[in-house]
Design a protein around this ligand. Sequence first.
Ligand code: PMP
Ligand code: GLN
Length: 378
Amino acid sequence: MRPFTSTIFAEITALATRTGAINLGQGFPDTDGPAEILDAASSAIHGGLNQYPPGPGMPVLREAIAAHQQRFYGLDVDPGSEVLVTAGATEGIAATILALCEPGDEVVTFDPVYDSYAASIALAGAVKRTVTLRWPDFAVDEAELRAAFGPRTRVVLVNTPHNPTGKVFTRAELEAIGALAREHDAIVVTDEVYEHQVFDDAEHVPVATLPGLGERTVTVSSAGKTFSVTGWKVGWLHGPAELVAAARAVKQFLTFVSAGPLQPAVATGLDLGDDFYAGLAGGLQAKRDLLIEGLTAAGFEVSVPRGTYFVVADAAPLGFTDGVELCQRLPELAGVAAVPVSVFHDDPKAAPSLVRFAFCKRDEVLHDAVERLSRLAS
Ligand code: PMP
Ligand code: GLN
């Protein structure tokens, strides 16, 4: 695990803290989630739900997850055998990869890629195969996709909406991925943690809803993003019972169970009305537009994200050709922290001048950040 000793998020957050910069690097909201779920967590703690919950997760949460999948996507999920509550999406992904992959098996991923995927693949002794999503639209190249599959392909690990690019995979792209998964008898593991953070007329297409894919798909999500409680680390996965049982076998020995009193609170969140979910996306879309306008005015070229709470910008028009160097100097140059996109690529020369900014922040913080970034051009 030597290549994985530090993470870019920890590094940039430490840099932002040390310099007092506005941290648009690590993605976490600067306001707490809905009062209903905070109150429910507090009631659960004071109500005595403080000992080990059941291994698969508390029934109230597994039922709420199944009901959520039915309500938003029309998916029939059995809360008894097809749902596992995990310590965040991170554990859900790790447990699934560890359960499904033997050493030497291959996992197809999409670069730039969320950092925990490569680490989970390495823990399993599996091999990462990469399809590159390229600036500015980050579309899937079908020939490259096909070339990434082979006789050892065991899993294709998808992330839609996609961190760091903000891309929402199209139905056609997901169908092409699904067709190759079927052809190679591979399992699709799909990380949909930003499922409710989708903008404009973009549509989040859950992989499990595509014809013929439900039976070979493990869907992972998390309360951290939807309910703005990234520190709670409550996530979940669902899929065919035998795949969920395999992930559960691994989870038992990673964390055994996940935080007890937070589980009924997350169930309360999943049951919130449609206005909560619409408000989440609408509020973030306005923040996205605010940041995009500011970045553009500051001289960056921007790829407009259709989902997540990240925007990727090219710093080359400002004369910065090395994103890593820029992100190290940005706190001193402008009092803002961001993350270089090249660290999410196998090839360090891919996306050299792209940087990622998070916009899940209060409006006054975004206004301040934009004002600071405007100094870069002068
Ligand atoms: N997947 C993606 C794409 C993410 O952006 C994140 C969170 N930053 C995670 C997984 C991890 O989620 P959790 O905090 O629930 O483990
Ligand atoms: N997912 C968050 C991001 O992409 C950070 C998570 C972490 O720090 N590991 O910024």
